[in-house]
Design a protein around this ligand. Structure first.
Ligand code: NAP
Length: 268
C-alpha cells in the first residue's frame, strides 16, 4: 500500500556511495515509475555525513525487531539494502525485519575485485588473521580497513601502521606504533601513489569491499609491486541480490507492481 500521500515509500539502508547515488536517481524521478517517497538511513558513524538527496534518518533501529517496527510505523513499501558488503549485521536484520513486516527487499551485492597480472594479493579470513600474517610481508603497513577492525592490530610494536579513517578518533587508537591520516573516498590514483611513496609503505591491509572507490589503492600497490592482505567478505545477505544501482533501478517497477494495488505507470 502506498504511503499516506499516495507515493510508494522506499527505505534505502545506506552509508555507501552507491546508496547516495540511488537516492539521487530516485529523487530525480525515473521514467516508468510514479513519484516515490525516499528515506535514506545512516548508522551515524561519521561526524558529518556527506550530503544526501531526499529525506534522511540517522542512527540504529534497535535490532531486527526495531527495524520491523520502523517499517510498519513508517508504512515502508520497499527496502533497498545498499549497505557496505562488510556491514553484515544490518543486512541480516533487514532480512529478518522485512520478513516479519512483509516488506519487499532487494540487497546490493557489489562484484568482487579480481586480481590481474602484477597483483600480489594474499587472502585473510578476517582482520585477526591479516594481523597475524602482516609481519611476514613488511614493517610499514597501510591499514585501509576502517575503524571497526583496528583492535586486531594492537600489540604489534615492531610494525609501523598508517591508519586511514574518515574522522579523527575520539579516543587514542589501540595501536602501538602508528600514524593517522583522515579522508573520505573516493581516493584518486595520484593521491594513493603519493601516500604509499611518502610513507614508504611495504604492505597494504584492506577489505575485499569491491566497488570503484577503493580500487585505486590496489592499482597503486600493483605499480609498486606491494603485497595486499585482503580480508575476505562475509557471505552475502539471504534473498534477492543486485550487482549494481542500475540493476536495482531496473528491478523497482516489478517490486512496486507486486505491491497490493500495484502502481500506475505514467503514460507521458
Ligand atoms: P553493522 O555491523 O552491520 O551494523 C551494526 C549496527 O549499526 C546495526 O545493527 C544497526 O543498529 C546499525 N546500522 C548499520 N547500518 C545502518 C544504517 N544504514 N542505518 C541505520 N542503522 C544502521 O554495520 P557496520 O559495519 O558498523 O557499518 C555501519 C554503516 O557504515 C553501514 O551503514 C555501512 O553501509 C557503512 N559502512 C561500513 C563499512 C564497513 O567496512 N563495515 C564500510 C563503509 C561504510 P541497530 O541494530 O540498532 O539497528
Amino acid at each position: 500500500m502506498p504511503g499516506p500521500d499516495g507515493r510508494p515509500r522506499i527505505l534505502i539502508l545506506g552509508g555507501t556511495q552507491e546508496a547516495r547515488r540511488l537516492a539521487g536517481i530516485l529523487e530525480s524521478g525515473v521514467a516508468g515509475l510514479p513519484p516515490l517517497d525516499i528515506v535514506s538511513s545512516l548508522a551515524g558513524r561519521t561526524r558529518q555525513a556527506a550530503a544526501l538527496p531526499g529525506r534522511v534518518r540517522i542512527g540504529g533501529f534497535g535490532g531486527a525487531d526495531g527495524l520491523a517496527a520502523y517499517l510498519r510505523g513508517e508504512a515502508i513499501d520497499v527496502l533497498i539494502d545498499a549497505t557496505h558488503p562488510f556491514a553484515a549485521r544490518i543486512s541480516a536484520n533487514a532480512a529478518s525485519a522485512c520478513a516479519a513486516a512483509a516488506v519487499r527487499r532487494l540487497a546490493l551485492w557489489r562484484p568482487e575485485w579480481r586480481s590481474g597480472a602484477g597483483d600480489r594479493w594474499i587472502e585473510a579470513a578476517d582482520a585477526a588473521q591479516a594481523a597475524a600474517m602482516l609481519p611476514e610481508y613488511g614493517a610499514r603497513a597501510f591499514l585501509a580497513t576502517g575503524r571497526n577492525d583496528l583492535a586486531a592490530f594492537a600489540g604489534m610494536p615492531a610494525t609501523w601502521l598508517l591508519v586511514r579513517l574518515v574522522d579523527p578518533p575520539d579516543e587514542p587508537l589501540p595501536l602501538d606504533n602508528h600514524a593517522l591520516v583522515t579522508g573520505r573516498g573516493p581516493f584518486d590514483l595520484a593521491g594513493e601513489r603519493a601516500l604509499l611513496a611518502e610513507h614508504n609503505i611495504d604492505v597494504i591491509v584492506c577489505k575485499a569491499s569491491g566497488g570503484p572507490s577503493g580500487e585505486t589503492k590496489l592499482t597503486a600497490a600493483r605499480e609498486r609491486g606491494l603485497p595486499v592482505l585482503m580480508i575476505r567478505r562475509p557471505p552475502p545477505p539471504v534473498g534477492p541480490l543486485a550487482g549494481s544501482i542500475d540493476e536495482i533501478v531496473a528491478a523497482l517497477p516489478a517490486l512496486l507492481d507486486a505491491l497490493p494495488g500495484g502502481h500506475d505507470t505514467p503514460t507521458s
